[in-house]
Design a binder for this molecule. Structure first.
Ligand code: HPA
Ligand code: ZN
Length: 338
């Protein structure tokens, strides 16, 4: 029987996502199709087994599972397929605009290259008209700065495919940001926007490193900024947006529980907080659920949730005029005020 319950306000209200990994957002049914197509892991006998794979004892275990899942993405068509599926899931949640990470270097070993991979993703996205997706190329920090430099030159050739920024994912605790300073400098010169995962698995030092060495415009996660008062002040003063992903942090063990997440403390201290899902297929979360929990468990009021949603527009890399138009359209939406 199809689900017949009415969508909640959190599902209906228009939203944006700024921290979402394409390869971590593949709806489970779509990923299950790919698992069956390749049959490279016979231990995954059905979709329930697949679902159970996505439970982690810690952050390294999550990253290992991330790598494990990549074996089911081998052909350009797979990327068209997942991009369409992810875009449709955005539409179902009324996510009108998203800046989405993808990590081409994870697939070089399958013989894929950046240009065709990006084209494949764009053709999947183009099949879904009701949402807008821009891409951010994620350098995997585990592969080192030289790899990132190579990635940057390949992605510069596909800029016209709406790749607007670069990011830095992977094992943050083992690979600090500083060695990537030069590639970030080059990226900026080429006109890319910049963000980096920091303060997720590693402490505040990684956030300072992302700010001082990489000169990022936004911080991916930033959760552990709470451990450094000076840093909190700096983030508030400079209005450096945090791409907070509360349920991701719970699922990977970065925080003990949703109640222990510092997102409300960030908000109250005047930081520019945005709320995002990170890898919804791998964490079993949705943006609606994130907002609902912030209201029900972390003391955000409905008006504050609305502010968080609009912060997403403000912190986006849309042109100022577009931000204004989108903000106006959200505020006039029939569901905005209920
Ligand atoms: N952190 C680091 N790398 C990642 C993440 C994350 O949250 N999601 C996907 N790759
Ligand atoms: Zn992430």
């Amino acid at each position: 029987m199809p689900k017949t319950t009415n969508p909640t306000w959190y599902e209906r209200v228009p939203k944006v996502e700024l921290h979402l990994h394409l390869e971590g957002a593949i709806p489970l049914e779509a990923l299950w199709e790919l698992v069956q197509k390749y049959g490279t892991d016979p231990s995954v006998t059905d979709i329930e087994v697949l679902k159970r794979k996505f439970q982690y004892k810690d952050f390294p275990h999550f990253l290992a599972t991330w790598v494990w899942k990549n074996q089911f993405l081998r052909e350009y068509d797979d990327f068209t397929f997942i991009a369409e599926a992810v875009a449709k899931s955005l539409v179902r949640q009324n996510i009108r605009y998203a800046e989405v990470f993808y990590t081409p270097s994870d697939f070089f070993e399958h013989g894929l290259e950046t240009q065709k991979l990006t084209e494949a993703i764009r053709s999947g996205l183009a099949r879904v008209k009701q949402t807008e997706v821009k891409l951010i190329m994620d350098f995997c920090r585990d592969r080192g700065p030289e790899n990132a430099v190579n990635n940057l030159s390949t992605v510069n050739e596909v800029k016209q495919l709406m790749v607007i920024g670069v990011g830095l994912g992977g094992s943050e605790q083992a690979f600090p940001p500083e060695p990537f300073a030069e590639v970030y400098e080059q990226a900026r010169k080429l006109g890319f926007h910049t963000t980096a995962h920091a303060g997720e698995a590693a402490g505040p030092t990684s956030i300072w490193g992302a700010i001082r060495s990489l000169k990022v415009e936004r911080i991916g996660h930033g959760t552990r900024a709470i451990e450094d008062e000076q840093l909190m002040k700096y983030l508030a003063e400079k209005k450096i947006p945090l791409e907070c992903c509360p349920l991701s942090n719970v699922r990977t063990g970065v925080v003990k529980s949703i109640d222990a997440h510092p997102v409300k403390k960030f908000y109250d201290a005047g930081l520019l907080v945005t709320v995002n899902t990170d890898d919804p297929a791998m964490f079993g979360n949705s943006l609606a659920e994130e907002y609902q929990l912030l209201e029900e468990r972390l003391g955000f009021s409905r008006d504050e949730v609305r502010t968080l949603i609009l912060n997403g527009i403000e912190a986006s890399w849309l042109a100022e005029k577009r931000k204004q138009v989108m903000t106006d359209s959200f505020c006039k939406d029939k569901d905005w005020l209920e």
